[in-house]
Design a binder for this molecule. Structure first.
Ligand code: BGC
Length: 768
């Protein structure tokens, strides 16, 4: 754990240069705009420990898989979001001496991420080995208004000398991923072009053939006046730079503006990316840094209006929730259905920026309530576009008749994961994709989505489940063999309760969706039936499976059995384990982990969370009390589900502990892995902890439900929810729950078990 990040309601602040933690800070100070993102790397040359990271959404490389023992069906590659050209670089020499914070005496260092207005600023004073002192302020943003562009304002003051400042702003395309499996470089050069105070690099990804043009334009000012220095144009393979000098007298300041863009062939013809890079970067230069900054602040203001959570009386909690919301909005804006949310977003290489079930299970609940419905719709359409591939994927594994198995990890619809117990067995992800469709329709009433896209996906998924089960003569039930549930510490098990439960739920929901489309859009229904060759007998078979599915239940303990054999394991509680063994994933052999009863993340409890309205409180309590003490929470996705269930059963203390663990996970480097990047998808879990945990938000029988509690440490908290076209502002404090309907139409919801109607544009206060 670390605690060097200062607490502030709207800012993330690092005071003093924590050189040894630079990779952690680089992750924390990452910025993004949905289209691209980069880590908090420095502009100047830095020879100390650092992980460079610039990423362009959707641009990936299929890195050849490294596995010891190849098995039939293994994917041949792992798609990685690529570390792309670095446009941040502004190398600086002062009278020939490099400004490198690794070799300078750094004072008054401060990094500040302004979450309210969406920019990053770094200030410091550095004394070079020669004794010369400079003060620097570097401010930058990635524009969410011009989302192919970013800009830097870099001001440097000569504190105690007069001399020559030599600037070399560059675009460097000669970049490698740290996690390249065979130490390969993934980019080839297409073009390099240097102009006067401008430069462009066009790169092409190997194998996938994406073209990305990265451009820069530079201005420099002294005492408020634009300079026109003599520029040396530098080009070498994959690299372009401009070198020029500015004379500064003692006490004078020079300000350099660097405008940049990434233009990708995802959006333009390859032949045109350079042309567009030129126009994009010229447009933002003309607009100017200050205008970009104020437009950015306005754009963020409206994002915050939808998504902010205010917490009163606990600055650490306030900062944390905003950090999570900020990072989610930096990662995904919902404008492009080809894009998705990688577990590390644009903040690191691990998990390759690829799509997991995290999106549907964790991120969808967040975007559904905090953004325009089209944002979630696009996340769902992403999977619709991958349906053919999911059908092919299932066919490779021996399934037929349009059965679809979505990949555990994907970029373009193909499976990239290659640990067999995850790739072939962690099939519960199919269920989360179906659940997200259900979640979307119950929050938006956009049932037309089912006809247009959803039903085909549901049909593919349900067909998969129907073929994946088999009849067991021994149990006289349908069983699901050889699976891995969300708890990856229990592999290749039979009858994982969560997987089997969600499979039967998919069958039920798909039938409902078929009926709805048949009744409401018969033309489309006929079209889908024809396209998919759907036969009504299939639904009869699903019904039979649902009625006769084996779902393990332990009478003695009154709990669902995580999987066959779970009770053969020695039953030990985490509290009785010597803490030196934790995290077990780092300290124990895989074999020992698999034989233990320790649970990585919510498994049975994941199912109880998703289908909570089907279980009574006593069942929820018993399962929570049984499984949570055996859970090591070694996935960042774990604490939020436990927070929500702890709040549900009234264990406020545990709920708050889980909240802290999820919300400050990265800011305080809880799991000692922030250096690899931020846990973007689990950040949605932090939001869930407040809204579904503390505020008890649910949707039951089509209506919004709230059961708010106030954590002891807080004076109050408030947030907005989007629900079926209504915007509801909810403020929970010691006096009660204050609801404000900010829309025209009335909303009827349940608060503390009572029906409440809040008319359009009116307020109501309720108490427990
Ligand atoms: C978790 C998975 C998750 C993945 C990516 C793993 O550690 O066990 O549930 O999908 O990380 O976040």
């Amino acid at each position: 754990m670390k605690d060097y990040i200062q607490h502030d309601e709207w800012k993330i602040i690092e005071e003093g240069f924590h050189k040894e933690d630079n990779r952690i800070s680089e992750s924390i100070f990452s910025i993004g705009n949905g289209r691209m993102g980069h880590r908090g790397n420095f502009e100047e040359t830095y020879t100390g420990d650092s992980m460079l990271g610039n990423y362009v959404a959707g641009v990936y490389y299929p890195d050849k898989t490294r596995v010891g023992w190849w098995k039939n069906g293994y994917p041949e590659y792992f798609a990685k979001v690529l570390n792309a050209a670095n446009w941040l670089g502004i190398a600086i020499k002062i009278d020939g001496e490099e400004l490198d914070l690794n070799h300078a005496n750094v004072q008054e260092f401060r990094r500040e991420l302004d979450m309210k207005e969406g920019f990053l600023v770094r200030t410091y004073k550095a004394e070079l080995p020669s004794g010369k002192v400079v003060s620097v302020e570097a401010k930058r943003l990635l524009s969410i208004v011009d989302d192919e562009c970013g800009a830097i304002r870099y001001s440097l003051k000569a504190e105690n000398f007069s001399g020559t400042i030599e600037y070399t702003p560059s675009v460097d395309g000669d970049i490698m991923n740290e996690d390249s499996n065979y130490d390969e470089k993934f980019w080839n050069e297409i073009a390099v072009e240097a102009g006067d105070m401008e430069g462009y690099v066009v790169m092409e990804t190997k194998k996938t053939g994406f073209h990305v043009a990265t451009g820069m334009r530079v201005n420099v000012f002294k005492n408020g006046e634009a300079l026109t220095p003599a520029v040396e144009k530098i080009t070498r393979e994959k690299y372009v730079a401009n070198k020029f000098a500015v004379e500064l007298a003692e006490g004078e300041t020079a300000v350099l503006y660097k405008y940049a863009c990434n233009v990708s062939s995802e959006n333009y013809d390859k032949a045109d990316v350079l042309k567009y890079a030129k126009t994009r970067v010229e447009a933002v230069q003309t607009k100017g840094f200050e205008t970009m900054l104020s437009e950015q602040a306005q754009a963020w203001e409206s994002k915050w209006e939808w998504a902010d959570i205010k917490i009163e009386g606990d600055v650490a909690a306030q900062q944390a929730i905003r950090f999570n919301i900020f990072q989610l909005n930096q990662t995904y804006t919902g404008e492009d259905a080809r894009l998705n949310i990688g577990p590390k977003g644009f903040t690191g290489e691990k998990y390759g920026g690829v799509t997991y079930w995290d999106t549907e299970a964790y991120c969808v609940p967040f975007y559904l309530c905090t953004a325009d419905p089209k944002v979630t719709r696009n996340l769902l359409i992403y999977r619709y576009h991958h349906l053919e591939r999911a059908i092919e994927n299932a066919a490779k594994l021996g399934f037929d008749n349009g059965a679809a198995l979505y990949p555990m990890v994907t970029m373009n619809g193909e499976e990239c994961h290659n640990e067999w117990e995850i790739t072939f067995e962690e099939i519960h992800r199919n269920g989360a994709i179906a659940f997200a469709i259900y979640n979307y329709t119950r929050h938006t009433d956009d049932n037309a989505y089912l006809a247009e896209y959803g039903l085909e996906v549901l049909l593919g998924i349900t067909r998969f489940w129907a073929q994946r089960v088999n009849w067991s003569v021994q149990h006289e039930k349908y069983v699901m063999l050889g699976v891995t549930g969300p708890n990856e510490f229990d592999n290749n098990v039979d009858n994982n309760w969560y997987t089997s439960y969600i499979a039967t739920w998919c069958m039920e929901y798909t039938k409902e969706a078929l009926d709805w489309v048949k009744e409401n859009n018969p033309g489309r229904y006929d079209e889908i039936v024809k396209k998919t060759n759907y036969k009504e007998e299939e639904a009869e078979k699903w019904q039979d499976i649902r009625e006769n599915m084996y779902l393990g239940y332990d009478d003695e303990r009154g709990v669902f059995i995580q999987a066959d054999g779970f009770f053969n394991k020695e039953q030990i509680l985490v509290k009785d384990l010597d803490p030196k063994h934790l995290p077990i994933v780092h300290n124990w052999s895989w074999d020992r982990i698999l034989r233990s009863n320790f649970i990585k993340q919510a498994d049975v409890l994941q199912g109880i969370y998703m289908f909570e309205d089907r279980f009574d409180l006593e069942t929820i309590r018993k399962n929570y009390n049984f499984y949570e003490p055996r859970t090591v929470h070694e996935s960042s996705l774990s604490p939020c589900v436990h927070n929500i269930l702890a709040a549900k059963i009234g264990d406020e203390k545990r709920a708050y502990e889980f909240y802290l663990r999820t919300s400050r996970l990265d800011l305080d480097d809880y799991n000692e892995d922030t250096k690899d990047g931020l846990h973007i998808t689990s950040m949605a879990g932090t939001w869930m902890s407040v809204v579904e945990g503390f505020a008890g938000k649910r949707v039951e029988k089509g209506a919004l439900v709230l059961n708010p509690m106030l954590p002891e440490k807080w004076n109050g908290y408030s947030f907005r929810l989007q629900f079926k076209g209504t915007t509801l502002h909810i403020n929970v404090n010691k006096e009660g729950v204050h609801l404000s309907n900010e829309s025209e139409k009335a909303i009827t919801l349940k608060v503390y078990g009572k029906d409440v109607t809040v008319e359009g544009n009116t307020k109501q206060t309720l108490t427990k």
